[in-house]
Design a binder for this molecule. Structure first.
Ligand SMILES: [Zn+2]
Length: 148
């Protein structure tokens, strides 16, 4: 794995991923973009899984009840679908991800970027898909890591 110099295009797409992450419904807001030959193939943000809340929808005489506060709190604590995963899942539907690049961003409450290196569950998936490089933010610097 080699770290490389950041290009203007990397900065451009990172800023878009950062802006995109604002729309995440999660407490920690992440956004990701997959690029193929410099063009976006898919974009995504992390989101709360709906599976947990569905357990709490009770049906009374065919009418759905409103979510209880407990259910809402559970939903907030539930695991999330990560931005990178969301992105890979979308992009995979149209083509192989081999040779693509992934931009990973996280926006902090004050609007500045936060550390965004893909987590331990996303990184193996990124490697498995043979994605060529990752652009992420780390301790004040934008970084690019070539994986293959
Ligand atoms: Zn992750």
């Amino acid at each position: 794995m080699i770290t490389a110099n950041i290009t203007n295009k990397d900065i451009h797409w990172f800023n878009i991923a950062l802006k995109l992450s604002e729309i995440s419904e999660c407490k920690f807001k992440h956004g990701a973009i997959i690029l193929l030959k410099g063009r976006p193939l898919a974009m995504g943000v992390n989101s709360l899984k709906t599976r947990n809340i569905q357990k709490f929808i009770k049906t009374t005489r065919g009418k759905k009840q409103e979510y209880s506060l407990e259910a809402e709190l559970r939903r907030k604590r539930a695991a999330t679908n990560h931005a990178e995963y969301c992105c890979m899942d979308k992009a995979r539907k149209s083509c192989s991800l081999k040779g693509t690049g992934i931009i990973s961003a996280r926006i902090m409450k004050n609007g500045t970027p936060g550390n965004s290196f893909p987590c331990v569950s996303c990184l193996p998936l990124i490697l498995m898909e043979q994605i060529k490089y990752v652009v992420y933010y780390e301790n004040g610097n934008l970084r690019k890591l070539f994986l293959t």
